[in-house]
Write a protein that binds this ligand. Sequence first.
Ligand SMILES: *[C@@H]1O[C@H](CO)[C@@H](O)[C@H](O)[C@H]1NC(C)=O
Ligand SMILES: *[C@@H]1O[C@H](CO)[C@@H](O)[C@H](O)[C@H]1NC(C)=O
Ligand SMILES: *[C@@H]1O[C@H](CO)[C@@H](O)[C@H](O)[C@H]1NC(C)=O
Ligand SMILES: *[C@@H]1O[C@H](CO)[C@@H](O)[C@H](O)[C@H]1NC(C)=O
Ligand SMILES: *[C@@H]1O[C@H](CO)[C@@H](O)[C@H](O)[C@H]1NC(C)=O
Ligand SMILES: *[C@@H]1O[C@H](CO)[C@@H](O)[C@H](O)[C@H]1NC(C)=O
Ligand SMILES: *[C@@H]1O[C@H](CO)[C@@H](O)[C@H](O)[C@H]1NC(C)=O
Ligand SMILES: *[C@@H]1O[C@H](CO)[C@@H](O)[C@H](O)[C@H]1NC(C)=O
Ligand SMILES: *[C@@H]1O[C@H](CO)[C@@H](O)[C@H](O)[C@H]1NC(C)=O
Ligand SMILES: *[C@@H]1O[C@H](CO)[C@@H](O)[C@H](O)[C@H]1NC(C)=O
Ligand SMILES: *[C@@H]1O[C@H](CO)[C@@H](O)[C@H](O)[C@H]1NC(C)=O
Ligand SMILES: *[C@@H]1O[C@H](CO)[C@@H](O)[C@H](O)[C@H]1NC(C)=O
Length: 526
Amino acid sequence: MAVLSLLVLASIACAQTANLFPPGSVVGYPGPTPTGIEAFEVATGPAAPAQTNYFPLVRFRPSDEGANGTYDPFAVSFGNLSPALSLPPATFSPDFVNSSALIPPQCTLNQVHLLHRHGSRYPTSGSAPASFGVKVANNTGKFNASGSLSFLNKWQYGLGAEILTPFGREQLFELGVSFRVKYGYLLDKFANGTLPVFRTTSEDRMLKSALNFAAGFFGIPYEDQYHQSILIEATGFNNTLAPYETCTNGNNANSAGGSAAVNLWVPIYLKDAAARLTAQSGGLNITASDAYAMQQLCAYEVNALGYSDFCPLFTQEEFKGFEYTFDLSFWYSNFFGGPYVAAQGIGYVQELVARLTQTPVAVHNSTTNSTLDNSAVTFPLNQPIYVDASHDTVISAIIVAMNFSSLAATGPLPTDHIPAKRSFIVSQVAPFATQLAGQVLTCTEGNSTESYIRWLLNDASLPLTNIPGCAADPYGRCLTSTWLAAMKQRIQQVSFANDCLANYTIANVIGANITDGRPPKSAVFH
Ligand SMILES: *[C@@H]1O[C@H](CO)[C@@H](O)[C@H](O)[C@H]1NC(C)=O
Ligand SMILES: *[C@@H]1O[C@H](CO)[C@@H](O)[C@H](O)[C@H]1NC(C)=O
Ligand SMILES: *[C@@H]1O[C@H](CO)[C@@H](O)[C@H](O)[C@H]1NC(C)=O
Ligand SMILES: *[C@@H]1O[C@H](CO)[C@@H](O)[C@H](O)[C@H]1NC(C)=O
Ligand SMILES: *[C@@H]1O[C@H](CO)[C@@H](O)[C@H](O)[C@H]1NC(C)=O
Ligand SMILES: *[C@@H]1O[C@H](CO)[C@@H](O)[C@H](O)[C@H]1NC(C)=O
Ligand SMILES: *[C@@H]1O[C@H](CO)[C@@H](O)[C@H](O)[C@H]1NC(C)=O
Ligand SMILES: *[C@@H]1O[C@H](CO)[C@@H](O)[C@H](O)[C@H]1NC(C)=O
Ligand SMILES: *[C@@H]1O[C@H](CO)[C@@H](O)[C@H](O)[C@H]1NC(C)=O
Ligand SMILES: *[C@@H]1O[C@H](CO)[C@@H](O)[C@H](O)[C@H]1NC(C)=O
Ligand SMILES: *[C@@H]1O[C@H](CO)[C@@H](O)[C@H](O)[C@H]1NC(C)=O
Ligand SMILES: *[C@@H]1O[C@H](CO)[C@@H](O)[C@H](O)[C@H]1NC(C)=O
């Protein structure tokens, strides 16, 4: 009875508060609201816009860098924990010095395909940063750290898990705004009466990323301006934006190459740091693994809190070593060096071919969902703009499936040193809010007018010259028909049933020297 009357009182109070704060739709008086023409910066701008900063996070300097130093570890060395910044045009080939997101001369833009990652997030539940927090908490009062480490005497682990940080929300909002300013004109090309369908997955940070993008792209309220398709991300569900949910070999010993490589590298590059920090700790044994956790804390705390006392503990060389842990981890588990990676990404390529040929996916033998993909409502084939949200390791797998093999040019990554030449750097490929954009163009060369496609990764053109029939081009273009033929062939070659689902073992994933994202000859099938 008492509970009931409390509930009644609470709901009356709630209703009264609502009356005091009516929504804008009830208040009215919005003033004039005319909209202008759609922006089309990639066609009309004198220069392409560039994402160059990560406001409001604070720049820090490694312990051995002067105030005049130019090395910014957060921007370029934090792998998939870096913010997506526009890459210099020639990042992936010197041929592209004059290329940008601007539409090439003699071309018009028909369509854009955007695949982007969620924004900055808190660490995975129970991962190394949280475990280090437990170790410190267990020992607080038993050690007395000094110097730059003295903050540890009072420090407590306080990060959330899995969901977006406030900065992550900003990244997706900004991506949505920038995409509207670059490509808004294509909205006028949607058939009258149809709304765009954009896709994401059900995970909290994925859905919130997509909604923050929509808020930036459409403005609020965005609900009546597009349809958000939310693909279920959970074990056993077919999902091209979360293909690991059905790829068995991506979740067993065949996926252990990345962590094995990192475990070999960490004691090498952090040996000195572990000794130095232990000497400063006043009684806490800081191992190389702990130092690695502290570098991860630096990354996650900057992303979540704007700064971190852990960052200035490390030297420039140690941050370069840290960067390389991400490259090793991805290469052997989520890039050309992993045996199931092409198969994880191939479902998305099947969808891409469906969209580009306006022909539904015929065979559902990878991660596509026939219920969703065979419907023109949930998977339209005629949109001028496509926007899909996904994860770092999925976007890297899709890059493998699309066979952007120039990123694998320098081959398997050694685990005992950082090689001088590296074609693959995770902070370029899969940072927070990374964007892979495909432009479908109509270009006139001499007397012929043809359809071309090109791909930009964080605004830098990706080479297609490895694709049979794609000629060198200063803007990274290839004839759409030629590129599509290569993708159709790739779909025939890459077998999800074999690469993801077959029972095979690889004695040593690192030593197997995989460079095509498929099982090596040395794999033993049972
Ligand atoms: C930064 O300043 C230091 C000390 O003044 C000087 O030795 C060094 O050459 C400078 N470095 C750069 C990159 O300007
Ligand atoms: C870039 O543009 C400049 C100026 O037009 C030109 O001289 C140069 O050859 C171009 N480089 C490439 C690789 O296309
Ligand atoms: C922390 O202390 C708890 C309880 O004593 C213990 O179970 C756990 O293993 C310790 N963890 C670390 C990382 O030291
Ligand atoms: C920690 O060490 C400093 C000297 O480095 C000393 O002044 C301080 O009293 C010590 N604190 C504790 C709690 O032992
Ligand atoms: C939609 O309708 C408007 C007004 O009738 C027209 O100008 C426009 O071309 C139509 N758009 C498309 C894509 O058919
Ligand atoms: C396909 O998607 C539908 C709609 O979300 C869902 O109900 C169904 O379980 C999915 N099927 C598979 C195999 O993932
Ligand atoms: C510190 O930890 C390492 C690795 O667990 C161990 O080998 C070493 O004996 C420990 N040192 C001290 C002083 O406890
Ligand atoms: C899900 O994928 C499996 C394996 O590729 C396939 O056999 C199945 O038909 C798919 N289910 C749906 C609903 O698309
Ligand atoms: C383009 O067409 C004109 C007129 O038909 C012809 O004279 C010219 O040779 C053609 N140029 C090329 C490059 O095919
Ligand atoms: C789907 O099946 C076809 C044969 O019907 C095969 O060639 C192709 O490799 C398979 N695709 C995938 C992604 O497994
Ligand atoms: C992998 O490459 C290394 C270095 O080139 C070589 O020693 C080794 O035999 C190769 N392993 C396989 C399985 O090809
Ligand atoms: C794979 O094959 C091995 C060797 O026959 C067997 O021991 C293992 O149980 C199989 N694994 C699965 C998941 O079927």
